[in-house]
Design a protein around this ligand. Sequence first.
Ligand SMILES: [Zn+2]
Length: 129
Amino acid sequence: MSKKHQDNKKRLEAISSFAKSIGRRARITCEWCESKEDLQVWDYRPDMPPNMDTLAMLCRNCRELAEGKKASPGELRSIRNALWSNIPAVAVGAGEILVKCNEPWVRGAIVQSFMDDSIKTQLLDKIRM
Ligand SMILES: [Zn+2]
């Protein structure tokens, strides 16, 4: 087994050790859009040790958005409430999807959210003007 494969296996084991707690926190709904379809724990920061702040319970569609699928305006609106979460994987993760799109309400929604100002600034800088 290669080192990389082993590291990946360890990481998946670490993530699955959080799955129950994340599921309880999410109340078995997607933490971005509240769908109940095909929920799985999503790893927001693969570069960091997994913890409750870097993992979110997402439905299949939101995981596809997280992986770069282009979102429709309706999908973007469905994840808007996630910005008000106090969990970084939920709020900032969703914010990163929203800033890639040109929806006019995104800027205001990020400004009004509870994210740290430094994170808001980083996100707002990514909005194409
Ligand atoms: Zn979802």
